[in-house]
Design a protein. Structure first.
Lengths: 320, 509
């Protein structure tokens, strides 16, 4: 009997607490952890998509960005899985496929199960770039060169176990050639510099950065690692169109999540409000101005996408 | 001469007001330990959302230039370098301040900053297309040799002997390997969560420089309280002008070294000040005075770290590649307004580009005027009793380390490194070479790994690292630098080793 009363009481407080959290949340400013440095693409986009959080029709409270960079995002996500408070006032930005690939590779204290997705704001596909004066004009030129010179086609990317690396692995597998992927320690910007300066023959890079580099006349873009062509680059064919069986596993999805254990009412409230916040017209115009492709997805869609990505990556990385 | 046509835009009331806010605010932010120029500029980005593109960039440009100079204030007065750029400034600047010459040190540093800064911006204005090619010329093998060149500086930098300098440099190199490695993601020496991201340079800097002196102050306790009533000498600004321009050697070495190093993406301003300090020490007839409050040391270090500001933006403005973390933040500031930097930036948005560059030019001068104005007042910090000072410095050290990434782990790292450094200093080791090792380690390592991966795929490691004019030139400079250090050491060993050891001991106790 005592137990029953106790559990009933607990249930009641939990209910009341839940209801209260639902009604009053958020009562104070919210923090969004970004596991890359200030000025990077993820940080830059996170600042734009959260700028209207303080509006009455959004959360009514501002969102502050906290950067926890290091080790390709592992430091920030380790902190988010282990030490972040699950009270709804600590949000995190996720990058797919980065954190899932890292959790499969091992050595980190998180996996897709450590986090609860809220909503997705952007999808930045990987593209293959070569310097503006390169002799390569299509992906077939690149693959022919690699077939004739196995292991000698050097191309840069932002690091190991990030979208660029996944794209590189997919290309090797689909074309059946051996390539020399050179991970860069300074992210996409460093990898792009290596291509423009001619240190490497080509590179995998973010669509948004490659778009800018092409506008500046520094690179040619030979292919998009996605299922369909991108609005920013309607003239660039996908890898699939050029005869390589490559899907969208390397597309860099960015969105917001909370740590596991965050109260369900808060998750529900965030899942309802955050996508509408991303859809704000001012956000869209700033994102477009910055050359960052938007792709808004709801919580349910993101859960599905995470599961699909995890299965695909497990298969791709199994041979490594 | 396009830039002259847009000079008027800087002086419209709103723009000039923003320039003033950016400059004064930047100086204050820069003087706060832990707030690096990158952080300061990132903090200001949200304020530019509502401004016109040109106005937003004026604010950011002014803040960038003045935070770099502002870092000298805490370096000189508190011996806490605000950013890696200001490490070399502590070596002579803080010694001056302890002698009551804080006003002189600050005036020299602001004047030298302005001279270096203006020169750097002029390089940006006139030579951008040429410099852009130069910035691209540095591939992994060249950056590797450049980092090795930096390592050779370690031996002669602020130590009682070359051996101790090299040893502390090695400790720095070892500390640099802690954490996940940059390229392969391997875990190294991670015994605690606080260091899983590696040792962040800013908390390390604060700990290594500030904590030993705090412990020293506590250790000396009250007995020195009564004895040391310091008179802060007022220093007329005209005298500072005379001094800066009579030290032309240090000024030109600092300015030129800073401009060249600032240009190279990825190495940037972190080591400009230290390399310039070391070069002017080696070339000065009064090299023995370096480290004892010598004006050449302050002038070389500060002119170098502001000279790097202009050239560090060249890769960003012409190639759309941010060459430094601060440039990456500025890139965000441009993108938000739909401006894509690139070779056609000056054709498509001349009003924005030139107004931005002009504002950095005027910002340098405003920063200098404001800095000179407060130098006399700020120098009075040296009169604060040791007990109070120790508490204030300790508070700022904790605050500064925490604020970098809101992490208590960084505070522990700061405290641990600082305590270790206190004991190392008692044995004649010094913090500057250790920090240099910490900064250069990752640059040398990452570029060696990348270079050898490229070399393995294309040619051989030997031909990749040892052929080509730029590689050979850098190797020649490395050999010359080591040879010169050895020669100096051999020549001076008998006379100085003992004296210096005694002087160090006195300075510590």
């Amino acid at each position: 009997m005592k137990n029953l009363i106790a559990s009933a009481a607990t249930a009641l407080t939990a209910l009341a607490g839940g209801a209260m959290a639902d009604d009053n949340y958020p009562e104070r400013p919210i923090m969004l952890m970004v596991s890359y440095g200030a000025g990077g693409a993820t940080d830059f986009q996170a600042r734009i998509v959260t700028m209207t959080a303080g509006n009455e029709d959004a959360l009514g409270m501002p969102i502050a960005i906290i950067n926890k960079p290091g080790a390709g995002g592992r430091v920030g996500w380790n902190w988010f899985a282990g030490q972040a408070e699950s009270d709804g006032y600590t949000l995190g930005a996720y990058n797919i496929p980065h954190f899932i690939a890292q959790s499969i590779e091992g050595g980190v204290s998180y996996s897709a199960d450590s986090f609860e997705p809220i909503a997705n704001w952007g999808a930045d596909p990987a593209v293959f770039v070569v310097a503006a004066d390169s002799e390569f004009n299509s992906m077939n030129d690149v693959v022919d060169y690699a077939a004739a010179n196995p292991g000698k086609l050097t191309f840069s990317g932002a690091g190991l176990f990030v979208g660029h690396h996944i794209a590189a692995l997919q290309l090797e597998k689909a074309a059946g050639v051996k390539l020399a992927y050179i991970p860069n320690n300074q992210g996409g910007a460093g990898a792009m510099k290596a291509v423009i300066a001619g240190e490497v023959l080509g590179g995998v890079n973010n669509l948004s950065d490659a778009f800018r580099a092409r506008e500046a006349g520094n690179v040619k873009i030979l292919g998009v690692f996605d299922l369909e062509r991108n609005d920013f680059l309607p003239d660039v064919p996908t890898l699939m169109e050029q005869g390589f069986d490559i899907d969208n596993s390397s597309v860099n999805f960015r969105g917001v999540m909370v740590p596991k254990g965050t109260p369900q009412p808060i998750i529900d409230k965030l899942a309802e409000v955050v996508p509408t916040m991303f859809a704000n017209g001012r956000v869209a115009s700033k994102m477009k101005a910055g050359g960052s492709p938007m792709h808004i997805m709801t919580r349910d869609e993101v859960i599905e996408m995470w599961m699909a990505r995890e299965a695909a990556l497990k298969e791709l990385l199994a041979g490594l | 001469m396009d830039f002259l046509a847009y000079f008027g835009d800087v002086f419209t009331p709103i723009n000039f007001g923003l320039l003033l806010i950016g400059t004064v605010g930047g100086l204050l932010l820069g003087a706060t330990p832990g707030l690096s120029p990158t952080m300061a500029v990132a903090l200001l980005i949200p304020f530019t959302f509502k401004l016109e593109p040109a106005q937003g960039l004026i604010l950011l440009g002014a803040a960038y230039t003045s935070t770099v100079a502002g870092g000298a204030v805490s370096a000189i007065l508190l011996k806490i370098p605000g950013a890696p750029a200001n490490i070399a400034t502590t070596l002579d600047g803080h010694t001056m301040a302890k002698k009551g010459q804080g006003a002189r040190a600050l005036q020299l540093s602001f004047l030298a900053s302005a001279v270096g800064g203006v020169f750097g911006v002029f390089l940006l204005i006139f030579l951008t297309p040429v410099l852009a090619q130069w910035a691209l010329a540095f591939g992994p093998s060249h950056l590797f040799w450049l980092a090795i060149l930096g390592v050779t500086v370690i031996g002669t930098l602020d130590s009682s002997s070359v051996v101790k300098g090299l040893l502390s440099g090695c400790i720095g190199l070892w500390l640099a390997t802690v954490g996940f490695d940059d390229i392969m993601g391997a875990q190294r020496f991670i015994f605690h969560d606080a260091v899983s991201g590696g040792i962040n340079v800013i908390p390390a800097l604060i700990g290594l420089f500030a904590i030993p002196q705090v412990i020293g102050m506590f250790a000396n306790g009250r007995r020195s309280l009564d004895a040391e009533i310091l008179t802060v000498e007022p220093h007329p600004i005209s005298k500072a002008f005379g001094e800066v321009f009579s030290r032309l050697r240090a000024l030109s070495i600092g300015t030129i070294t800073g401009s060249i190093i600032g240009l190279i993406p990825g190495v940037g301003g972190q080591i400009a000040g230290l390399v310039a300090y070391d070069q002017s020490k080696k070339m000065s007839p009064e090299r023995d005075k370096f480290g004892t409050g010598h004006s050449e040391g302050v002038i070389a270090a500060e002119s170098a770290n502001n000279a790097m500001v202009g050239p560090s933006l060249v890769p960003l403005l012409t190639l759309s590649i941010p060459g430094s973390p601060t440039a990456a933040v500025l890139l965000g500031g441009l993108l938000i307004h739909g401006i894509f930097p690139g070779s056609d930036l000056f054709d498509n948005h001349p009003d924005v580009a030139w107004t931005f560059i002009n504002s950095m030019l005027i910002g340098q001068i405003l920063m200098c005027i404001f800095g000179l104005y407060v130098a006399g007042l700020a120098a009075r910090v040296a009169q604060v009793p040791n007990a109070v000072m120790a508490a204030v410095v300790l508070g700022l050290a904790v605050f500064g380390s925490y604020s970098v990434q809101h992490s208590m782990g960084d505070v522990y790292v700061m405290a641990a490194l600082g305590t270790g450094m206190y004991f190392l200093e008692r044995f004649g080791f010094s913090a500057a070479p250790l920090v240099l090792g910490l900064i250069l380690g990752p640059i040398a390592e990452a570029n060696f790994v990348q270079g050898s991966m490229i070399a393995n795929a294309t040619s051989s490691i030997g031909s990749y690292f040892f052929t080509g004019p730029l590689n050979l030139a850098l190797i020649a400079i490395v050999v010359a630098s080591i040879g010169y250090s050895v020669w100096l050491e051999l020549r001076q060993r008998r006379h100085t080793a003992k004296d210096e050891a005694v002087a160090k001991k006195e300075a510590i106790s």
